[in-house]
Design a protein around this ligand. Structure first.
Ligand code: A3P
Length: 300
């Protein structure tokens, strides 16, 4: 089956997910050729759930002995996070910067190559409340496509929303992906760490420690006393990253076609209120509750 994405471009149902043609090609190359290593760390997210933030945090935590954040040439000062932690399904093969190897993907677990499942590499998963995820996606695709073609015709907000609720969104149905990694994080906690955007916002220090422990990059008590975690959290904050020259760029693309600046919009919880109605939000809540029923997971 073929449908139109929120951007009004074709997306295809392939092995249970909705995906566009360019990602489909890279995904197949990745599935056929990628060989995971025990030390790899793979970041999995639903689109627009804070991938850029997670990439920055994991990069900074794992490279903190190589690059101090006070260094004006720290890679995150000169390069957008997406240029440092590549997506598997966007360009394949990909460059990665430093060790351990860091990669990212929006793919469901069932679509990952066997070597990722069987070796000791680790997965950090991040999702976000679907209301804000939908709204963030809406703004992102509209800004991106309107810049490429100002006369582009988009589906209406209601159509896009109904389609999102149907599960027809890039890499969706979003609940399938969330449930797969949620279950796995309970069954194999050493393999998958499950995080929520709202929890990162709520207590970034605790979440940084959790991530560092999970990746075997724990902070020492000296580091804690010296405020290293707080410094990393501030370095990766929306305020700091979005104000770096490299991330304000409208002509530099770390992901094809996407201006670096487009990965930073508001970075807040609850911005859905400025776009969708309360009844739309309630409809989405009901749907999510129904989809997650019995899983023990709540997303609000
Ligand atoms: P909003 O559109 O709600 O502002 P992704 O990185 O997965 O594409 O997600 C983008 C969303 O994460 C955007 O949300 C963006 O503003 C927000 N974001 C980017 N960097 C962030 C940071 N350092 N801290 C918090 N949120 C961030």
């Amino acid at each position: 089956p073929i449908r139109k994405s929120m951007m009004n471009t074709p997306i295809y149902l392939y092995n249970g997910i909705w995906i566009d043609e360019s990602c489909l090609k890279a995904m197949i190359a990745f599935q056929q050729n990628f060989q995971a290593q025990d030390t790899d760390i793979i970041l999995v997210t639903t689109p627009k759930s804070g991938t850029t933030w997670l990439k920055s945090l994991v990069f900074t935590i794992t490279r903190r002995f190589q690059y101090t954040i006070s260094d004006e040439n720290h890679p995150l000062v000169t390069t957008n996070p997406h240029g440092l932690v590549p997506f598997f399904e966007i360009v394949y093969p990909h460059n990665h910067v430093g060790t351990p190897r860091l990669f990212a993907t929006h793919l469901q677990y069932t679509l990952l190559p066997e070597s990722i499942k069987t070796c000791k590499c680790k997965i950090i998963y991040l999702c976000r409340n679907p209301r804000d995820t939908f709204v963030s996606t809406w703004h992102f695709v509209h800004k991106m496509k309107s810049k490429l073609d100002p006369s582009w015709q988009f589906p209406s907000l209601e159509e896009s929303f109904d389609q999102f609720c149907e599960g027809v969104s890039k890499f969706g149905p979003f609940w399938e992906q969330i449930l797969q990694y949620w279950k796995l994080s309970n069954e194999r906690p050493e393999k998958v760490l499950f995080l929520k955007y709202e929890e990162l916002k709520d207590d970034i220090i605790a979440q940084c420690k959790k991530m560092a422990d999970f990746m075997n990059f724990s902070f020492s008590s000296e580091e804690e006393n010296e405020g290293v975690i707080k410094d990393i959290a501030e370095f990766c904050s929306f305020e700091h990253l979005s104000n770096l020259e490299v991330n304000k760029q409208t002509e530099q693309h770390s992901v094809p076609w996407v201006d670096n600046g487009l990965f930073f919009r508001k970075g807040e919880i609850g911005d859905w209120k400025n776009l969708i109605t309360l009844s739309m939000a309630e409809k989405l809540d009901q749907l999510v509750e129904q989809k997650l029923q019995g899983s023990g997971l709540k997303l609000n």
